[in-house]
Design a protein around this ligand. Structure first.
Ligand code: 5GP
Length: 190
């Protein structure tokens, strides 16, 4: 998606440790116009997959999950990273290691918001080693539903997640795919 790539090049910073900082439009401040365009792009990619529900994870997945769900006409559900006192009902949960926070979270979704026999689109902001997306996929499968696809705003294709997701048999679509962040230079795949 050219608009996204331009924003990454104009505003992104490649930090040591293969981390891309894009907090001016995706991870802290959020650009509603770009988010809307990305939701339309995901909806166009997955419309024929007959999605029943979009699933993401707090916090940065929510904005893009929302614009995607709005375009597809489905509900959006986000997995919580910490258990809330309000989550008194039964939930699906699984452990996920956070790439940026370097801690393991027990992510969870209430069972009533993840019914069985649905086709679920998983959306997330970044793909690195794939722990987050594969954790969400485990919740979907535990619920007795199907992962109809995984949509990622920015994948770092040189890290393990891309291959792990394809090896697990899931359809993967990324709006921007980064080949390298070597020497803090951003290079996209062709
Ligand atoms: P994974 O679970 O695939 O290893 O990492 C994906 C998650 O870690 C995303 O939900 C995102 O929050 C965070 N993440 C991974 N790599 C980056 C990065 O380069 N920049 C930012 N801002 N977040 C990242």
């Amino acid at each position: 998606m050219d608009l996204l790539k331009q924003r990454i090049l104009a505003e992104g910073f490649a930090l040591p440790g293969n981390v891309l900082k894009v907090d001016s439009f995706l991870n802290h401040q959020i650009d509603p116009i770009l988010s809307s365009a990305m939701g339309k792009e995901f909806a166009a990619l997955f419309r024929e997959a007959k999605i029943d529900r979009v699933l993401t994870i707090e916090a940065s997945g929510i904005a893009i999950g929302l614009t995607t769900a709005l375009e597809l006409g489905t509900p959006l559900v986000f997995a919580r990273k910490k258990k809330s006192v309000l989550m008194t009902e039964e939930a699906y949960s699984t452990q996920v290691f956070s790439y940026t926070k370097k801690e393991t979270n027990n992510i969870s979704v209430l069972k009533k918001f993840l019914p069985k026999n649905e086709r679920i689109l998983i959306i997330d902001d970044f793909l690195a080693n794939g722990d987050s997306a594969l954790g969400l996929a485990r919740l979907v499968e535990e619920a007795g539903s199907e992962v109809a696809g995984i949509g990622i705003v920015i994948e770092k294709a040189f890290q393990a997640g891309h291959k792990r997701i394809l090896d697990a048999g899931y359809r993967l679509e990324a709006l921007a795919s980064i080949k390298s962040l070597d020497n803090c230079q951003i290079t996209f795949t062709d």
